[in-house]
Design a protein around this ligand. Structure first.
Ligand code: DON
Length: 341
């Protein structure tokens, strides 16, 4: 087959794809608009994270019936980091129920940085399961008769969400473990107050592993679409979390998911979401879509700069805000449907 033949086929496939979903043109336009944004810096407090390509940028959007539209570096692997936290919270809820979990971690937004060494002065609980302190307390609640059973249960939970086996990036895990002194300090502070069991190093191993899981944008869209779909993975049909706890995970993502940007995010974007220092953002349009974005440069609050910009524009353009009552622009459902005739 001549190169002309190949180019022709590629062009045809692209045309067919684009014809299939006008939303692909919209995502390409959004990607082109923000790919040259140069604000932010790649995280480097975990040395291995500093190797990420600052120009990488991918967007994936999946509907609850499993259709996906994605552009840019949507297959580029990166570490899940804090995006892991709401899902381990979900597993802890399944293992212990709400009241016991809330006796160990509160559900209050802090307005503090994600790695702040502060606990609630009255109850000595970490403020919520999405700051590092709360995530370590939640990891400590993952049941299992020993460490390997706890890890396999955590990995099995993520595989239900992602619909595939996930792997830990060992170099990121080792880098995180070697430099995780602040998290160790948080762990021992919570041990001091009885918020976690006397197995700080074991629980930190579990926490560092959940943060070092390798995913891509497509995976994040599946993760978000699974929550949007009431806890059932739209590709595999497998239930990833008991239906009764889906609202708990979405609530904590809505109130605490974007750290000390959570208030402005709730105001401007209005979607449950979670960011990670690896450069990922997952957002959920309940009942409709999962959005996955990857771009390593972070703002001062630890959120992906291009990710926040792209999510804001998607929410404004398609009226995705959960409290939207007056959107007269295009609907994302219509854009997702293939063009007719
Ligand atoms: O423990 C840490 O600091 C990292 N493993 C996770 C922090 C993170 O992703 C914060 N998110 N924006």
């Amino acid at each position: 087959m001549s190169t002309d033949g190949t180019n022709y086929l590629d062009a045809l496939v692209t045309k067919l794809k684009s014809a299939a979903a006008p939303f692909r043109d919209t995502l390409n336009e959004l990607h082109a608009k923000y790919k040259d944004v140069r604000e932010g810096a790649v995280a480097d407090y975990i040395p291995e994270l500093a190797k990420a390509d600052p120009n990488a940028f991918g967007i994936s959007v999946m509907s609850v019936d499993g259709q996906v539209v994605e552009v840019g570096d949507h297959q580029q692997l990166f570490s899940l980091q804090s995006i892991s936290k709401p899902f381990v919270f979900g597993l802890a809820l399944e293992d212990h129920g709400r009241e016991h979990v809330l006796s160990k971690v509160s559900v209050e937004p802090t307005g503090e940085a994600f790695n702040s060494i502060v606990l609630d002065e009255t109850t000595n609980r970490p403020f919520n399961p999405l700051v590092n302190a709360g995530a370590i307390a939640t990891a400590d609640l993952v049941e299992g008769k020993n460490f390997s059973e706890r890890i396999s249960r955590m990995l099995a939970m993520f595989s239900r969400y992602f619909g595939r086996t996930l792997y830990v990036d060992n170099s990121i895990f080792m880098s995180e473990r070697a430099t995780g002194h602040r998290n160790r300090a948080i762990g021992h502070l919570m041990l001091n107050f009885g918020m976690i069991k006397d197995r700080v190093e074991e629980t930190l191993e579990l926490y560092f592993q959940q943060c070092s899981l390798l995913v891509n944008c497509h995976d994040l869209a599946v993760l978000g679409a699974t929550l949007a779909n009431g806890g059932v993975n739209p590709i595999t049909g497998q239930r990833a979390i008991k239906a009764e706890y889906v609202k708990d995970v979405l609530s904590i993502m809505a109130s605490c998911g974007m750290y000390d940007y959570a208030g402005e995010w709730a105001f401007r974007v209005g979607l449950p979401a979670k960011s990670g220092v690896g450069g990922g953002i997952v957002a959920v349009v309940p009942g409709k879509f999962g959005i996955g974005i990857y771009s390593p440069p972070l703002d001062a609050k630890g959120n992906s700069v291009r990710g926040v910009l792209a999510c804001r524009e998607l929410s404004e353009r398609f009226g995705l805000h959960v409290f939207e009552a007056g959107h007269d622009g295009p609907s994302l459902e219509d854009e997702f449907r293939p063009r007719r005739g």
